[in-house]
Design a protein around this ligand. Structure first.
Ligand code: XMP
Length: 520
């Protein structure tokens, strides 16, 4: 059965992935392609509808990102968002001009509730606007279906050709009924059934992995992070012991994490696979000894990781497949999917080794967003602590220890981090719902500062720990989380009392930018 599909055509807008996620939330599969993709290639995928994203250009300027008129003549519904809506008008004969004033932020919106795009949307609502240009005259066949105080053509439609344009952004949460509008387009106007669902994905993927792998062998570098863990579980269900997972324990994981990974995937866990845990702690510590420069630390860890992994892989002999936990944002961000390519500045330790002897790459999570990967993990009965794990950098605690990494410092940062996470968990569990201050990533880091303190009657000269907790959705920008003072106070008390070698605790208030999330 071919999957119902919507194609998001990316004109460089900053919300392209969000648009795709919203479509998937309607249980319809969706992919992002660049606006440069030929129409024939788009139509070869038999999409049920197209969505044109926002973008930074002005559609009437020379060289602006554009599309052919034929795109609107394919006989399938098209929804243009912001730039996409302007472009649709521009290409079909309407007029787009620079507005007297930039419109930005929450705006009151009056909609024509008879339009199929606005089914179940109240007549008076709000939308999020962000534009310099606006539509000043409509192309033939179009009518206005929503307006704001300053924008007479906030939403336009040609119901006969099923062409729709929204000057605002329905994909962001600041447009409260945006999800409903997208659902109306995707499910009703594009006439889809909504069959994209993670349970079905798991079954289908297991079957196709079995078919592809046959009797052959698969190798996976398991890090204990969400993506590689879900991949291990999926492959285990598909081919059992034909899968070998190599878990390189570099000793820079969070407290007890190595054992937790082993408990889930090792011989006493519930997955049928070969599990090899390589204890390479000493090697990493030895190679990091005396090194203080952050990038050099990263490089050493990356290199050691690949070497250790290769040594293990050699022992296994030739394998046919190498499995990798690439997910959809990696594909889009590496420039293969959409247009607004952001090249990642970090690489995961455990990226594809160059010289391991394998024949083919398997990437079954390639089309999934992170929350979909987590959902797959739940369907495969991976423990919730692992499935909902916060992001953790490949180089591990080495980037949370300023300056040289030593065994003693690893112990300190692990213990402090454990206490911090434990107290956040307790504070959140005591509440009925997720608090607004709940950080998306939080951890302890060891500064390279020592300072004077007093404990009992003794003078101390010890380390300072920094607590970092951020709220972010994309990890590109972040705000420090407003964790209640009592929680921070309890964490400070416990750290000072329980962790030897620490006599001062700071809370990092820096947002990103100018700070980064990690300190190195
Ligand atoms: P920064 O520190 O750049 O981090 O604000 C953004 C996100 O990326 C994670 N991070 C890394 N992940 N290898 C990784 O796999 C790395 O070298 C690395 N450095 C930072 C960080 O934890 C945050 O989620």
């Amino acid at each position: 059965m071919s999957e119902e599909k919507i194609i998001v055509i990316d004109f460089g807008g900053q919300y392209n992935q969000l648009v795709a996620r919203r479509v998937r939330e309607c249980n319809v599969y969706c992919e992002i392609v660049s606006y440069k993709t030929p129409i024939s290639k788009i139509m070869a995928q038999s999409p049920r509808g197209l969505i044109l994203t926002g973008g930074p250009s002005s559609c009437y300027e020379e060289g602006a990102a554009s599309c052919e008129k034929a795109l609107f003549e394919c006989g399938i519904p098209v929804l243009g968002l912001c730039y996409g809506a302007q472009l649709m008008q521009h290409v079909l004969g309407g007029k787009v001009e620079r507005a007297a004033m930039r419109e930005y932020g929450h705006t009151e919106l009056s909609v024509d509730t008879l339009s199929p795009l606005f089914k179940d949307v109240p007549q008076e609502t709000e939308c999020f606007m962000s534009h310099f240009d606006h539509i000043t005259a409509l192309a033939e066949g179009f009518k206005t279906i929503a307006h704001t105080k300053n924008c007479p053509f906030a939403a336009v439609a040609d119901d006969d050709r099923k062409l729709y344009g929204l000057q605002f952004h329905p994909e962001v949460l600041h447009t409260p009924y945006g999800k409903t509008m997208i659902k109306n387009f995707v499910r009703n106007i594009c006439d889809t059934k909504g069959t994209w669902e993670m349970g079905a994905f798991v079954e289908r993927t297991i079957n196709s992995l079995r078919e592809r792998i046959g009797e052959k062998k698969v190798l996976l570098a398991l890090s204990g992070g969400v993506d590689s863990s879900v991949l291990a579980a999926l492959l285990s269900r598909a081919v059992g012991k034909q899968l070998t997972c190599v878990f390189v324990d570099h000793g820079l994981l969070r407290k007890n994490e190595g054992d937790e990974v082993e408990a889930v995937f090792g011989p006493s866990g519930s997955f049928d696979l070969n599990f090899i845990r390589v204890d390479a702690k000493e090697r990493f510590l030895r190679d990091l000894s005396g090194v203080t420069e952050p990038e050099q630390k990263r490089k050493i860890i990356g290199r050691d990781f690949i070497e250790v992994f290769e040594e293990e892989a050699k022992k296994i002999g030739t394998v046919d497949f190498f499995a990798q936990g690439t997910i959809y944002p990696d594909v889009v961000e590496s420039g293969l999917g959409g247009e607004s390519a952001v090249i990642k500045s970090h690489h995961n330790v455990g990226g594809l080794p160059d010289h391991v002897d394998f024949k083919e790459l398997i990437e079954p999570l390639r089309n999934l967003f992170k929350d979909e990967v987590r959902e797959v993990g739940r369907k495969l009965s991976i423990p919730e602590e692992l499935v909902s794990r916060q992001p953790f950098p490949g180089p591990g605690l080495s980037v949370r220890i300023m300056g040289e990494v030593t065994e003693e410092k690893v112990r300190i940062v692990q213990d402090c981090d454990f206490i911090f996470r434990d107290e956040i968990r307790k504070a959140v569990e005591a509440l009925e719902e997720r608090p607004s201050w709940m950080p998306d990533q939080y951890f302890a880091a060891l500064t390279n500062m020592r300072s004077v303190g007093v404990m009992g009657d003794e003078r101390t000269y010890d380390n300072a720990i920094a607590l970092r907790a951020v709220i972010t959705s994309d990890f590109m920008t972040a705000e420090s989380a407003e964790i209640p003072y009592e929680v921070l106070h309890t964490v400070m008390n416990r750290i000072i009392n329980e962790v030897r070698g620490v006599n001062r605790v700071f809370y990092d208030l820096t947002s990103k930018p100018p700070g980064t999330i990690e300190m190195e």
